[in-house]
Write a protein of this length. Structure first.
Ligand code: SAM
Length: 279
């Protein structure tokens, strides 16, 4: 069916059976996983009740070890460059222009952001992130690529209400590998507010970890959603979400949705057509 993703699988990574099979196939990963699970357990306890505070602490711990791995799980510089380029080339292919005004949600250490900043006019890039540690790394990336003259904004946030940003300003909003780390309340909050800052005709692209089976999460770090759950959530906030088939062809494990303003609902019901005119 056009626009419908092919089944990616119904694996439930939270199930004990899945984890045992994975451990048998990857014995070298058992100890690092156990260490991560213990650290995350402690951080969850410390930041009970706030996913953002918990995930910010995860980012602080991961960034201290490797900013590259903190944003992509893979410490290699080649992979960091490759995934950044993939995001940039994709949007360029979809018509990203220097005059666009871009908001990147969860910009990390500017893996893709430095390319967006280089492409856009000065002052046209706005990056936000919950992690001050990764934003300090983002500033280092700016310096490394000599992008000071592009005067991008980089701002730490506590939530995704976007209340400090102007109405109808951003023509492109981008969030790569952010909702794959977000519980549904965080995504809901973002979708409730992103429409206000989105310019008419603008779009919001985000990636997510897709499952065709039961929705689940692992260590409150990785969240797996069905496409329809997110499409419905967007609709509840008056937005349309479209599955991006062309992104599926790229070597990236996540899927992508594009959100736009929904078709405006008329305030007054349209009058019935004049039978004489339509005859
Ligand atoms: C896997 S990294 C990806 C970073 C960047 N988008 C990239 O592609 O390199 C996820 C980033 O999203 C940030 N993040 C997670 N939840 C967030 C939220 N609710 N609001 C803003 N940023 C968030 C993290 O701090 C981290 O920098």
């Amino acid at each position: 069916m056009p626009g419908t993703p092919e089944a990616r699988g119904s694996r439930n990574r939270a199930r004990l059976g899945y984890r045992l099979r994975y451990a048998l196939r990857n014995p070298g990963r058992v100890v690092p996983y156990a260490r991560r699970a213990a650290r995350d357990g402690w951080l969850r306890l410390k930041h009970r009740g706030s996913h953002v505070a918990y995930y910010r602490a995860v980012m602080a711990s991961d960034t201290a070890r490797s900013p590259q791995a903190a944003t992509g799980g893979n410490p290699s510089q080649e992979r960091w460059l490759e995934i950044g380029r993939m995001q940039f080339d994709y949007l360029l292919g979809h018509g990203l222009r220097p005059e666009d005004r871009m908001l990147e949600i969860g910009c990390g250490n500017l893996r893709a952001g430095w390319r967006f900043i280089r492409h856009l006019e000065p002052g046209h890039y706005y990056g936000i992130d919950i992690s001050p540690d990764i934003l300090i790394e983002a500033k280092k990336t700016l310096v490394r690529y000599g992008l000071q003259d592009k005067v991008p904004y980089l701002t730490p946030v506590d939530d995704l209400r976007l209340d400090f940003l102007p109405d109808g300003w951003f023509t492109v909003v981008h969030a790569h590998s952010v909702f794959s780390h977000s519980p549904i309340e965080v995504i809901d909050e973002c979708l409730a507010h992103v429409g206000r800052v989105l310019a008419p005709g603008g779009f919001f692209d985000f990636t997510f970890d897709r499952t065709e089976g039961t929705e689940h999460q692992v260590l409150r770090e990785d969240f797996y959603y069905r496409t329809q759950t997110l499409v419905r959530l967007a609709r509840r906030h008056g937005l349309e979400a479209r599955f991006m088939d062309d992104w599926e062809r790229l070597p990236h494990g996540q899927s992508k949705l594009r959100v736009t303003h929904g078709t405006p609902v008329p305030h007054h019901p349209a009058p019935d057509p004049d039978p004489e005119e339509t005859a």
